[in-house]
Design a protein around this ligand. Structure first.
Ligand code: FAD
Length: 434
């Protein structure tokens, strides 16, 4: 099967994502130096939208002085500010790294800056659908130094976590600059990095990248996709079950999002059909620390081998709970094998069976949002980035947090500390390693 990454959030939902969508072949996600995943050409529709928003909405001239992000003014475009460390992204991973940089003596704004392209605190959580309530998330690990405390299970996780991150940033004075999108990171001369953004450029000794995956929804390519007359929606464009009322919906994907979509959509849809490539594995019993460690170790193995990281569910299995059990009994969570192609009216299997669909809901995951690192040519032949801990082996000035084994709220926390410690130890440009 040939894969492509969507260059936008949801190819068939222009109302939600009006920017044009361009597909990038998976083959382009090549080894170091090749075009593709990191070539910078693959900016997401969401990213484009935000960049436009920055230009249109921000107060001119405020980019440097305030944390409110800002337009890239003519002045800002010419100046390059020196800073020790740039942290890209203010989700769980970026905030954890910033906390530890601060804790080890770094002054936000002077020694390090945190840049985030989203409009508000909350990382990717702020973009998640309203019906993903706090009670439905798999336990968010507290950020270091400030517990989230009790939160109502029925409130949208975007609100709960957005509010918590806002309090956190304020409590520790992290001075996150937003909306500021990092456009590229390249050699800046003298061993430093040049960080180009929508609010001017920074020269940095090191960079902690914590950009998550939300910006890069992934839809696998199936023959006939362009002929399908219905609607195609990715998890990133899912706003809740109401959009699917009365429809025949095919849900694709074997992860937690697919399961949650099916349980919700089946309440209002005319019918749902679940298809996955591999039979899903449901995990009975609590997801304890041992299982967590095993899952992380397996993802870590791939990353060390220079391969693209797998999703966490591919190594942990799906959690079984009462709702899931009921879904299986009622037939909603009974999976069919993957179809072979799309038709104008729905989907078709190799053996000639077909199913009519109004909407295909792709719960097929995300990829790491790393386009801006393309100029540094960090990819290995296997298509992944070889990371030891958080340090990129090809360029120790770059640390990836929330990538591969640290792509969970627990991992993001732990590795935020590791990254902060390592960049502090990094020798100054031009000096030998200790
Ligand atoms: C639907 C869904 C549900 C999940 N549920 C759970 C759960 O229950 N428990 C759990 O542990 N994990 C869960 N995860 C995984 C979870 O998202 C991660 O564990 C964690 O929140 C990711 O944090 P992060 O800081 O790495 O990334 P994010 O939260 O994605 O933050 C990245 C930030 O970087 C910014 N950014 C991106 N690109 C740029 C750029 N070029 N310039 C500037 N800023 C940029 C983004 O705007 C964003 O604010 C879930 C994931 C999904 C998709």
């Amino acid at each position: 099967m040939k894969d492509f990454r969507t260059d936008g959030v949801n190819p068939a939902d222009p109302a939600l994502h009006p920017a044009p969508v361009r597909a990038v072949p998976a083959e382009a996600v090549g080894p170091a130096g090749g075009p593709g995943a990191q070539d910078g050409a693959a900016r997401t529709a969401g990213a484009r939208g935000a960049a436009d928003g920055i230009r249109a909405g921000a107060a001119g001239g405020g980019a440097r002085g305030s944390e409110a992000g800002g337009a890239r003014t003519a002045d800002a475009a010419d100046e390059v500010d020196e800073v020790d460390v740039v942290v890209v992204g203010a989700g769980q991973a970026g905030l954890s790294a910033a906390y530890h940089l601060r804790r080890t003596g770094g002054e936000p704004g002077r020694d390090f800056v945190v840049l985030d392209r989203s409009p508000a605190p909350g990382g990717a959580w702020q973009h998640r659908w309203p019906s993903l309530t706090y009670g439905k998330v798999h336990g968010l690990h507290d950020l270091p130094g400030l517990p989230l405390g009790d939160a109502p299970a029925d409130r949208p996780s975007s609100e709960v976590i957005g509010g918590y991150f806002a309090r956190y940033e304020e409590e520790f004075g992290l001075r996150v600059r937003r909306p500021v999108e990092v456009l590229s990171v390249s050699e800046g001369g003298g061993g430093r990095l040049l960080v180009r953004t929508t609010a001017g450029d920074w020269s940095a000794r090191a960079l902690i990248n914590a950009t998550g995956t939300w910006e890069r929804p992934f839809i696998p390519h199936y023959p006939g996709a362009e002929t399908f007359r219905g609607r195609q929606v990715h998890t990133a464009g899912y706003r809740g079950p109401a959009d699917f009322a009365g429809e025949r919906v095919v849900v694709v994907g074997g992860g937690t999002s697919a399961v949650q979509h099916l349980l919700e959509v089946s309440e209002v849809a005319a019918s749902t059909l679940w298809v996955t490539r591999r039979p899903p594995v449901f995990h009975e019993g609590p997801f304890d620390e041992r299982l967590g460690r095993e899952a992380v170790a397996r993802v870590d193995e791939r990353v060390r081998a220079g391969l693209p990281p797998r999703s966490v569910v591919s190594v942990t299995g799906l959690l079984m709970n009462e709702e899931v059990r009921r879904g299986r009994e009622s037939g909603v969570l009974v999976r069919r094998p993957m179809f072979a192609r799309l038709t104008p009216d729905g989907v078709a299997w190799k053996d000639g069976r077909t199913a009519v669909a109004d909407t295909i809901l792709w719960a097929t995951g995300f990829r790491a949002a790393l386009d801006h690192l393309a100029p540094l040519r960090l990819r290995e032949k296997g298509g992944g980035i070889h990371v030891e801990g958080t340090r990129v082996v090809r360029d120790p000035r770059i640390h990836l947090v929330g990538y591969g084994p640290s792509a969970s709220t627990v991992g993001a926390n732990r590795y935020g500390r590791v990254a902060a410690r390592e960049v502090r130890r990094l020798p100054a440009p031009g000096t030998a390693a200790a």
